[in-house]
Write a protein that binds this ligand. Structure first.
Ligand SMILES: Nc1ncnc2c1ncn2[C@@H]1O[C@H](COP(=O)(O)OP(=O)(O)OP(=O)(O)O)[C@@H](O)[C@H]1O
Length: 257
């Protein structure tokens, strides 16, 4: 996926994103990070075709993404939003079946042979007849991911996928994404707020500020204390442990006794 000079401003505003250029290489995990209001969600909506750019292009397989029909695009790119809303009560199985819509007409019988391994993979088989509103937030998040996988996409876009999960589920959800990337070769693009998740789970980080890319590259080159100071206005230190390196946020001011 190639993003070239992508620019979007909300109506009557000059805010949004400006002149974004970057590539998402197949088979990689990319983290999009930046402070509040830096343009992450706007970029996400442009990649998901929920907004149309004012100028610039997004290309997939050397074609502008506008050339794909909605169904064609859904077979290539699946989106997991941060705030998923359900208007009706629905079972886990029925919701995951919706992921197959890009392959079938509405009247076609669901193909549960394809769904079953996905439910097994995400440890949802025992929950498949349960109603969504009986599940915890972490379980629901796995079901939305299962629905996205039922689209059999090549690209998976995730907007702050771990925001509502407790620390245990945050860690296991990120491990799961890494497994999907490794085993199914899914290309993953995710908005993250947690800098250590970006450090440990991405090969590439795109750092936004004021709607522009201020740094892009490997996590080690982008997530440096000077960059984090400039962009997030936080004081950090990279600490090396037996488990690898971690970004630790330090107090911004020190009080003399
Ligand atoms: N619907 C909208 N109408 C007008 N301006 C908007 C709208 N949505 C976002 N903006 C503005 O566009 C800019 C980028 O916002 P965006 O939501 O993309 O940031 P973000 O990085 O996702 O922020 P956050 O971390 O708070 O979710 C901000 O200045 C914001 O105020």
């Amino acid at each position: 996926m190639q993003v070239k000079q992508l620019t979007y401003a909300y109506p009557n505003q000059n805010r949004g994103v400006t002149q974004l250029t970057f590539a998402i290489n197949p088979g990689t995990m990319t983290a999009i990070i930046g402070p509040n209001g830096s343009g992450k969600s706007t970029l996400f909506k442009l990649l998901a075709r929920e907004l149309q750019p004012d100028s610039g292009t997004i290309e997939l397989e050397q074609q502008p993404i506008t050339h794909f029909s909605a169904k064609e695009y859904a077979r290539k790119v699946a989106v997991v939003h941060q705030h998923n809303q359900l208007y009706d009560d629905i079972s886990v199985l029925d919701l995951v079946r919706f992921g197959q819509l890009p392959y079938h007409s509405l009247l076609a019988e669901p193909d549960d042979a394809q769904i079953k391994p996905i439910l097994d993979y995400l440890e949802l088989t025992a929950l498949q007849q349960q109603s969504m509103n009986q599940l915890s937030g972490g379980q629901q998040q796995r079901v939305w991911l299962a629905m996205a996988l039922a689209q059999q996409p090549e690209y998976l876009l995730l907007d702050e996928p771990t925001t509502y999960l407790d620390l245990h589920f945050q860690a296991s959800f990120m491990e799961l994404l890494a497994k999907l990337n490794r085993e199914l070769h899914l290309t993953i693009v995710m908005i993250l707020h947690d800098l250590n998740q970006a450090l440990h789970f991405s090969q590439r980080v795109i750092m936004l500020a004021d709607g522009r890319i201020v740094a892009g590259g490997t996590p080690e080159t982008v997530l440096t204390p000077p960059h984090l100071q400039d962009v997030f206005r936080i004081n950090t230190e990279l600490v090396t442990t037996k488990q690898g390196q971690f970004i630790v946020q330090l107090p911004t001011t020190t009080t003399a006794d």
